[in-house]
Design a binder for this molecule. Structure first.
Ligand SMILES: Cc1cc2nc3c(=O)[nH]c(=O)nc-3n(C[C@H](O)[C@H](O)[C@H](O)COP(=O)(O)OP(=O)(O)OC[C@H]3O[C@@H](n4cnc5c(N)ncnc54)[C@H](O)[C@@H]3O)c2cc1C
Length: 358
């Protein structure tokens, strides 16, 4: 049985893990964080799972919608009216009952039911190639121990820049290395607030024209749209764009929360500090890629795949968008390619056996 080492337990790593373990591959997923989900990770508030960053589906997300069907979770996707940028829209937004944690948990269950394993707190530091063409992925565990996995295939799902940093031991061409390194990313800071009440039922609003100094770019009134479940309050996200060179990046969570909330109160003075029940701040270094390459870089060297949102086309509007659907499509393509390669190897081997026998 061929082995696959997948780096990252976000949506694309888990999707590849499910498809490949189901096809009979021996799958190991290494995740540097202590929890799964990547950008789609959730936390617990009031006994409910809720995403650290605001996520929703669109009717056009055909790969994701067919994934939910494959997982038997299509009945859980509910469609809601939404107000985009303060206006009612005909476009409905989709959200799974129980949150996106439902999808992540079903993927994990499929991986482990098919014999795959997921190691958390396993930060990959290097990928090297042995003389026989197999790969060795080295990671550092939380107790600083080094751990190595040998595999026939490697799939890397983090940022392209991180891939370049961990792949010095691979014979990648300078051209490919440069192209991957030149893909730049924007970061995001997201404040999630559980409030006693929400002042507006708008789904997403842009900066108000007279508030150009607002530190965040989007307000998402999550529970106004997707119902409040048992969060013990109403959920609101304030999402800010930034570069890691901006001073705000190194500010403490408390200071950023104070600054964001002050700016939010300028928009909605009726909301008071005592209305905050709880809050979480999330900083994402590689949140949205700013461009995508003109050539296909998803297999920079034989049997090593990069499944990163920076490699898939995104909206070319003012605000580049990184959508789950596109990266799910790439994860599906990579898995199918590996399965097809393996079938070719097996058939080639069988033909050789028959010819030898004749
Ligand atoms: C603010 C925000 C809002 C969004 N909203 C939406 C939305 O509404 N709808 C939508 O379709 N999409 C949305 N997206 C995009 C969506 O989150 C992503 O497309 C999707 O989650 C990407 O999944 P992934 O598995 O490819 O990558 P990731 O989620 O980034 O997963 C990569 C994983 O690899 C791990 N990793 C990285 N390096 C290493 C290493 N060296 N060793 C071990 N592990 C490593 C990371 O910890 C991470 O868990 C949003 C994104 C952001 C930032």
């Amino acid at each position: 049985m061929s082995t696959v080492c997948i780096i990252g337990a976000g949506l694309s790593g888990l999707l590849c893990g499910m498809r490949l373990s189901r096809a009979g591959f021996d799958v190991t997923i290494l995740e540097e964080l202590t929890y799964p989900g990547g950008l789609l990770a959730s936390t617990h508030i009031g006994g409910e799972y809720i995403e650290l960053l605001p996520h929703h589906l669109r009717r056009t997300d055909k790969h994701l919608l067919s994934l939910t069907k494959e997982l038997g979770a299509d009945g859980r996707i509910k469609w809601y009216d939404a107000f985009w940028y303060g206006r009612a829209s005909r476009k409905k937004v989709g959200y799974p009952e129980g949150g996106f944690a439902t999808i992540i948990n079903l993927l994990i269950q499929n991986v482990t039911d098919n014999g795959g394993r997921i190691l958390y707190s396993a930060s990959v530091s290097e990928i090297t190639r042995k003389e026989d063409g197999t790969y060795v992925t080295s990671c550092v565990l939380s107790d600083s121990r080094k751990y190595e996995i040998e595999s026939n295939y490697v799939i890397f799902t983090g940022s392209c820049r991180t891939f370049v940093n961990v792949s010095h031991g691979l014979p990648l061409s300078m051209n490919v290395r440069d192209q991957l390194m030149n893909l730049t990313y924007k970061s995001r800071i997201c404040l999630m607030l559980a409030l006693k009440k929400l002042p507006s039922d708008a789904y997403i609003q842009q900066k108000f024209p007279d508030m150009t100094d607002t530190p965040f770019a989007r307000i998402v009134n999550h529970s106004a749209c997707f119902h409040d479940r048992n969060y013990g309050g109403q959920l609101l996200y304030l999402v800010g764009k930034c570069q890691i060179s901006d001073p705000v990046w190194v500010e403490s969570d408390q200071k950023i929360m104070d600054e964001y909330f002050r700016a939010y109160r300028k928009l909605y003075p009726l909301i008071k500090r005592s209305d905050i029940k709880t809050w979480r701040l999330t900083k994402v270094r590689y949140a949205v890629s700013e461009q995508f390459p003109e050539t296909d870089l998803s297999e920079p060297i034989e049997n090593v795949y990069v499944c990163s949102s920076a490699l898939v086309t995104h909206s070319t509007g003012d605000t580049p968008e990184n959508r789950m659907d596109r990266v799910a499509a790439l994860a599906g393509q990579i898995s199918s390619k590996i399965i097809a390669k393996e079938e070719d190897l097996i058939h080639g081997h069988e033909e050789n056996v028959i010819i030898t026998a004749i």
